[in-house]
Design a protein around this ligand. Structure first.
Ligand code: ATP
Length: 327
C-alpha cells in the first residue's frame, strides 16, 4: 500500500434515506475489524467544518440497523461549496487525524466529496444514499427500496377510497429530477399511469392515463405524478385536467416526507451492509475517488465523476409495461 489508512471519517449528507444507519454500522465495524479508527462526523459537511466529530466504537452503532434516518444527522451546507469552506473542513480532518473519508449521500454530496479529494489529495469513497435512485453506475441506492414500498402501501390505501368514488386521484411522489420512484411505485400499485420527467409531455401522459380508465369502464383512476415533472407539481396537473375535462372530479394527495421515513426494508439493510463493508475493502485496495455501486448483484467501483455526470434513464420495458398493464 502507498500509505496506511489508520483513521477514517464517516458522514451522511443531503437528504436522509432509510438504510443510512445500516451503512454507518457496516462502515464502522468493517473499519474496526481492519484495525482502523473511526470518527463519526455529525451533520454532514457542516459538522466537518465545525469540528463536530466523535470517536466511534462498535457500541456506537449497535441497535441501529433497523432505524430509519441517520444517527449522524444530515445537513445541507452551502459553505462547503466554497474553497474557503472546504479548507476549514480540511483543518478538522488534519486535527482529527482522518486519513480517508466515507460520504453517504446523493450526487451533491459526491460533487463536494470529489472536489475535496482533488484539492487535498485525500481518498474519498461515496456510498449512494438517496431514495431517488438517480445515481448512474448502481442498480439501486440505499433507501430506494424502502421508499418504494412506503409509496406502494400509501397508494394501496388511496385505492380503497378511489374505488368507492368516481374520481381521478393524483398522488405526488418525490424524486428530484428522476422518475424511478414514481414509475416503479405506479407499476407496483397497479396505478393507471405515471407522469415522469423522462417521458412524454404531461398532457400526453394524462390523456393516456384517463383513456385507460375510460376504456376499461373504470370509475376511478390513480395517477402518480413525479414532484418536478411539471412546474407547480400535482396542483398544476389538477388544473390541466380540469381545464381539459371539466366534468372530471380530481383529488390530489402529496405524500411528502413520509416517503423518507420508516424502518429500512431487508433489501436496503443488506444493500447498505454490503456497500459499507465494500467501502473499507475499496480503501484497502487503494481506491481514491469512487462510489460503491451494485450491478447485477455484484459490488462495483464507479468513478465519482461518472456517478455524478452520467445520466441514468428509467427502463423502457418498465415504462411500456405500465402502459400495457393499465389497459
Ligand atoms: P439528495 O439526493 O438526497 O438530495 P444530495 O447529496 O444530492 O442528496 P445536496 O443537497 O445536493 O444533496 O448536496 C449535499 C451537500 O453536498 C450540500 O449541502 C453541499 O454541502 C455539498 N455539495 C453539493 N453540491 C456541491 C458542489 N457543487 N460543490 C461542493 N459541495 C457541494
Amino acid at each position: 500500500m502507498a500509505y496506511q489508512i489508520k483513521t477514517i471519517g464517516v458522514l451522511t449528507s443531503g437528504g436522509d434515506a432509510p438504510g443510512m444507519n445500516a451503512a454507518i454500522r457496516a462502515v464502522t465495524r468493517a473499519a474496526l475489524s481492519n484495525n482502523m479508527q473511526v470518527k463519526g462526523i455529525y451533520r454532514g459537511y457542516k459538522g466537518l467544518i465545525d469540528g463536530e466529530v466523535a470517536s466511534f466504537t462498535s457500541e456506537n452503532v449497535s441497535g441501529i440497523i433497523q432505524r430509519g434516518g441517520t444517527i449522524l444527522k444530515t445537513a445541507r451546507c452551502d459553505e462547503f461549496r466554497t474553497p474557503e469552506g472546504r479548507k476549514k473542513a480540511y483543518e478538522t480532518v488534519v486535527k482529527e487525524g482522518i486519513d480517508a473519508l466515507i460520504t453517504i449521500g446523493g450526487d451533491g454530496t459526491f460533487t463536494g466529496a470529489r472536489l475535496f479529494s482533488q484539492e487535498f489529495d485525500m481518498p474519498v469513497i461515496g456510498l449512494p444514499g438517496t431514495i431517488d435512485n438517480d445515481l448512474w453506475g448502481t442498480d439501486a441506492t440505499i433507501g430506494y427500496d424502502t421508499s418504494l414500498n412506503t409509496i406502494m402501501s400509501c397508494v394501496d390505501k388511496i385505492r380503497d377510497t378511489a374505488t368507492s368514488h368516481e374520481r381521478i386521484f393524483l398522488v405526488e411522489v418525490m424524486g428530484r429530477d428522476a422518475g424511478f420512484l414514481t414509475l416503479n411505485a405506479a407499476i407496483a400499485s397497479g396505478s393507471e399511469a405515471a407522469v415522469i420527467p423522462e417521458r412524454a409531455t404531461v398532457l400526453e401522459q394524462l390523456e393516456v392515463a384517463i383513456g385507460h380508465g375510460i376504456r376499461k369502464s373504470k370509475n376511478s383512476s390513480i395517477v402518480l405524478v413525479q414532484e418536478h415533472a411539471v412546474e407547480g407539481g400535482v396542483a398544476a396537473v389538477e388544473r390541466i385536467i380540469k381545464e381539459n375535462n371539466p366534468h372530471y372530479e380530481v383529488r390530489s394527495t402529496i405524500l411528502g416526507h413520509l416517503q423518507r421515513g420508516g424502518a429500512p426494508t431487508a433489501q436496503d439493510r443488506i444493500l447498505a451492509s454490503r456497500m459499507g463493508y465494500a467501502a473499507i475493502q475499496a480503501l484497502l485496495e487503494e481506491q481514491r475517488s469512487v462510489m460503491i455501486g451494485i450491478q447485477k448483484n455484484e459490488i462495483c467501483y464507479v468513478p465519482l465523476s461518472k456517478a455524478i455526470h452520467e445520466k441514468k434513464d428509467v427502463k423502457q420495458d418498465s415504462w411500456q409495461a405500465l402502459q400495457i398493464l393499465a389497459i
